[in-house]
Design a protein around this ligand. Structure first.
Ligand SMILES: NC(=O)c1ccc[n+]([C@@H]2O[C@H](COP(=O)([O-])OP(=O)(O)OC[C@H]3O[C@@H](n4cnc5c(N)ncnc54)[C@H](OP(=O)(O)O)[C@@H]3O)[C@@H](O)[C@H]2O)c1
Length: 419
């Protein structure tokens, strides 16, 4: 028996909500609240009669803490699932603290306005001190640790696939396969084709900010930063085939380096096709990825927001995307004094996802872990007061839930390593 408030009703939230409704013994009551209430109503209507979960909807501007507090104190949920955008992480955490409710999200905080001088001063100091220049980092949300501890509440950060499942894979490798882990390579392959020359498979603004940023990896406790897309490897992915992949900065590297400190090197690679990269470079060169407002014929517009309006809605890619994703982690290390390697990953088919939940595999591979993470919190398996990332919890019940709800693990003890 639980009451859950989901904030956001986009591509990822729609999958998470549909999957919650498959587990209606746990998710007995659900309120879907977002900026555009009509989307919540349409999703609720499409689920009517198909689940025992009692669904209500609400309108909320999640940038406004007072609106959030009114909504949360009125609905009285056991958990708030933030599946809006990373821009809303802090306001929703504030409201959860004020109302005494547990919190979770799928991506760590970054500000919508990166020109805000107050934020920029802290950001520039962090770039110098830590050595990576992505707009997002954990410091903002880790600053809430004491407040959540004192309130006896749990905040679970970054419970999608990557971040999320990839960290559970690391915790699993540490618990069952290794005494010490030396290296972790996280490999995110999307072998899907939607037929458009250029489209992003989750929120375009967040996606393009992430992939156009300099890459970085952790080596011997230090960040090494490189120009965007300057380290490229080819990898032959099971059920997908050979793909070019590029080293990116990614948020879970930061928490894994803290929580598994013995690891000597942690890298993250993502596959991209030539068409995507050429379009992205061109858009960047002409200033279309900028978050700084420009005046156009008397109107103030933010270039990347205007671009988002032109690009296909990621939620509309479902029916046209064919192919598979293959995401996982390759480890090297030692067990009982012997050198060892291990690969744990999931393969997910875009069309199968569409048949099940009317969405492509990127939203599916994020929405299912969000639902399984919520299930861990609601069933008391992952509760401890404070602010945590996924690798800080027992991976076993979470990976069992993923096996059961559509993202089964595969394993190999002899993978090809990335050089
Ligand atoms: N961990 C992972 O593996 C992973 C992978 C992919 C994505 N993600 C994360 O998942 C989250 C959702 O991504 P998505 O692709 O589903 O994005 P999306 O399709 O753009 O959906 C975002 C939703 O949030 C709502 N929203 C935005 N601002 C809001 C506000 N101020 N108040 C209330 N609602 C607001 C939007 O409402 P409107 O309908 O009004 O726009 C929309 O319903 C993002 O944080 C993304 O970074 C994580």
């Amino acid at each position: 028996m639980s009451r859950v408030l989901v904030i956001g009703c986009g591509g990822v939230a729609s999958v998470a909500i549909r999957k919650c409704c498959q587990a209606d013994d746990v998710f007995t009551e659900l309120c879907i609240a977002s900026r555009t209430k009509s989307k919540c109503d349409a999703l609720a209507a499409s689920l009517a009669g198909k689940t025992k979960t009692k669904i209500t909807t609400a309108q909320v501007d999640a940038d406004d803490v007072e609106q959030l507090k009114a909504l949360i104190s009125g609905y009285k949920p056991d958990l708030v699932m933030n599946i809006a955008l990373p821009y809303q992480d802090l306001t929703i955490m504030d409201a959860c603290l004020a109302c005494g409710v547990n919190y979770m999200d799928t991506a760590n905080y970054e500000p919508e306005d990166t020109d805000d001088p107050e934020w920029r001063a802290i950001y520039e100091k962090r770039c110098k001190e830590k050595g990576f220049s992505a707009y997002f980092d954990y410091s903002w949300q880790w600053a809430y640790r004491e407040k959540f501890e004192q309130a006896g509440l749990t905040a679970l950060l970054g419970c999608g696939f990557d971040p999320g499942v990839t960290q559970a894979y690391c915790a699993y490798a540490k618990k069952h396969e290794f005494d010490t882990i030396d290296t972790i390579d996280i490999l995110d392959c999307n072998g899907g084709d939607h037929g458009y020359p250029f489209a992003t498979n989750f929120n375009p603004e967040v996606n393009l900010r992430e992939v156009s940023a300099p890459g970085s990896y952790m080596e011997n406790g230090k960040w090494v930063e490189i120009p965007a897309m300057s380290i490229k490897r080819e990898y032959d992915f099971e059920d997908v085939g050979p793909k070019d992949m590029y080293l990116l900065h990614h948020e879970e590297i930061e928490s894994l380096a803290v929580n598994i400190p013995e690891v000597k090197r942690i890298r993250f690679f993502m596959t991209f096709g030539q068409s995507y990269l050429t379009h992205m470079r061109c858009l960047e060169d002409v200033g279309m990825l900028s978050t700084t407002p420009v005046n156009f014929e008397g109107h103030e517009i933010v270039p990347i927001k205007f671009l988002k309006a032109l690009l296909p809605d990621p939620a509309s890619l479902g029916p046209r995307t064919r192919g598979k994703t293959n995401i996982g982690c390759i480890f090297t290390g030692k067990k009982d004094g012997q050198e060892k390697k291990y690969y744990i990953y999931n393969v997910c088919d875009h069309q199968e996802c569409y048949r099940e939940v009317e969405s492509q595999a990127i939203s599916y591979t994020t929405g299912v872990p969000a639902m399984c993470g919520a299930m861990m919190l609601l069933t008391g398996k992952w509760n401890k007061p404070g602010v945590y990332t996924v690798e800080e919890f027992d991976p076993d019940p979470f990976l069992d839930a993923l096996d059961r709800f559509g993202l089964p693990r595969r394993e190999s003890w002899n993978p090809v390593l990335v050089d």
